[in-house]
Ligand binder design. Structure first.
Ligand SMILES: Cc1cc2nc3c(=O)[nH]c(=O)nc-3n(C[C@H](O)[C@H](O)[C@H](O)COP(=O)(O)OP(=O)(O)OC[C@H]3O[C@@H](n4cnc5c(N)ncnc54)[C@H](O)[C@@H]3O)c2cc1C
Length: 459
């Protein structure tokens, strides 16, 4: 009977809120602690997700005042000469929610489910008793909980307070972080980079190991993002890169409305997110799609799998042993694929810009190639690929003498990572998990190390 359990959710991101709503609906006494004040939770902009994520999590879809149709995107090569339009799915399959309104929507559902939200409360301390998280410490007072859900994001201060034996990684590495600068500017007269596409993303912008975007948003302003892996952007670099974006996007003025430097997690899932009395969900467990750091959906999925598992198995003793199977489920469904994408990202961000210029020049893929992606009315996420498309792409890749090594190495390492991730121990044993976590974490460290070495050699 969950009604006898007291659960603390620290952080009002999507991951924490999905778990809070589902567990409160199942009868648990849920208290949510959020350091921001009411009305100030979530970023003041829009990001993209798939609308059906709400159905997947067993939650109602929000009303249309929360989101708009996802805009059209075009990828641009580093030399700014090649382009590739991203195919669009049926209307409102992919949406752009307003992040603040999305937070309010989740808050509303949580309150209706019986949860309590405490705004303006920063929880920085776990209360650990006999190697078990038994609650939180707030202003010197201990508040006991049967379970603490850590949904405070990738730089959680709570993970490092767990007893070491649980092998929960305390910090992401710099290489696991995409350092972004996002800014909004007034619009100048003029057109977007491609006049019929509002959102433009430049790959390896100015030979950086990141991207840049320059988008005309629904409010008639210009939304800019610049990012780098592993190191924050300096103010000089931001100015230089903005100058370049202005040269290619006439709409981008220098009249800034507001800006923010923000990190994103681009690491495949943490090896283990559980300790006795504790679970990390969302970015605090690196539940993101590691190519771009998209963590809204991945975090919601992870949280829903966790809550469904707890409810279905009527878990009241939140030991690491009892909770672990949820993570095995998450890993088999998403974690394996994310391990592959993590490796792909580490390689792809170091591709020679020439490779991307070639790929987007029309000689490798073009808008026509992507038109082969047939969008199925019933299940848009399983597009019917044509064999011809795959063989044409593979042929060009494998037989391109300059690049076949790079691509094949990435493919083999990615598949190996998927296999290692797939051997996640199905039963919770600290010894087994420690051994597996070492092998799993080593995948990314080794890939990073080797890729950096190869890049340095080329320079
Ligand atoms: C520029 C940018 C663009 C992005 N674009 C996309 C996108 O298009 N699609 C996508 O899926 N993802 C995107 N993401 C990633 C996405 O924002 C995150 O992956 C996602 O928000 C993580 O959700 P979360 O619930 O784990 O945590 P968060 O959203 O990070 O929420 C954590 C919450 O915890 C609170 N908190 C933190 N510490 C404490 C504490 N000690 N006590 C109390 N409260 C605390 C914070 O205030 C916050 O409300 C983007 C991120 C950025 C920065």
């Amino acid at each position: 009977m969950l009604s006898t359990t007291k659960i603390a959710v620290i952080g009002m991101g999507q991951g924490g809120m999905v778990a809070a709503i589902k567990l409160a609906n199942a009868g648990a006494k849920v208290t949510i602690f959020e350091r921001n004040l009411e009305g100030k939770v979530g970023y003041p902009w829009r990001d993209d997700i798939t609308a059906s994520i709400f159905d997947d999590c067993g939650l109602p879809r929000p009303n249309q005042d929360v989101y708009i149709q996802k805009a059209k995107w075009v990828f641009v090569s580093p030399d700014e000469k090649g382009t590739l339009r991203v195919p669009q799915f049926r209307p409102f399959v992919e949406i752009s929610p307003n992040r603040r309104k999305l937070s309010e929507y989740f808050a509303d559902l949580a309150i209706k489910a019986g949860a309590e939200i405490k705004y303006g409360v920063c929880v920085d301390k776990l209360y650990v008793e006999d190697d078990r998280v038994a609650g939180i410490e707030l202003n010197g007072e201990i508040e006991r909980f049967d379970l603490v859900i850590d949904a405070t994001g990738m730089y959680s201060k709570l993970r490092s307070q767990l007893p070491e034996k649980f092998c929960v990684q305390s910090e992401p590495s710099n290489q696991d972080t995409m350092y972004a600068y996002r800014a909004f500017f007034e619009k100048n007269d003029g057109e977007t980079f491609l006049s019929d596409v509002d959102n433009t993303m430049v790959l390896r912008h100015m030979d950086s190991d990141g991207i840049a975007w320059c988008n005309l948003n629904d409010e008639g302003n210009v939304d800019v993002l610049l990012c780098n892996i592993a190191r924050p952007l300096s103010d000089e670099e931001i100015e230089e890169r903005l100058k370049d974006l202005r040269a290619m996007n006439p709409i981008l003025s220098d009249r800034k409305l507001y800006d923010r430097k923000v990190p994103l997690s681009v690491r495949a899932g943490i090896a283990t997110p559980v300790a006795d009395g504790y679970v990390a969900l969302g970015d605090s467990a690196f539940m993101t799609i590691p190519i771009m750091g998209s963590g809204i959906e991945a975090g919601m999925h992870g949280a829903a799998i966790f809550a469904d598992y707890v409810i279905a198995n009527d878990i009241q003793n939140f030991s690491a042993y009892n909770m672990w199977p949820f993570y095995v489920k998450y890993f088999k469904k998403f974690g394996k694929g994310f391990a592959l994408l993590d490796i792909v990202r580490r390689h792809a961000l170091r591709f020679n810009s020439k490779l991307i210029n070639w790929a987007l020049s029309g000689k490798f893929v073009n808008d026509d190639t992507l038109k082969f992606v047939m969008l199925d009315d019933e299940d848009y996420r399983r597009p019917k690929y044509k064999f011809g498309m795959f063989s044409a792409i593979l042929w060009k890749l494998i037989f391109h003498p300059s690049y076949n090594n790079t691509i094949l190495r990435m493919g083999f390492e990615g598949i190996h990572a998927m296999n290692v991730a797939g051997t996640i121990p199905s039963k919770y044993s600290l010894d087994e998990i420690a051994k597996w976590a070492k092998r799993y974490n080593h995948l990314f460290e080794k890939c990073e190390h080797k890729a950096a070495k190869r890049q340095a050699k080329k320079k």
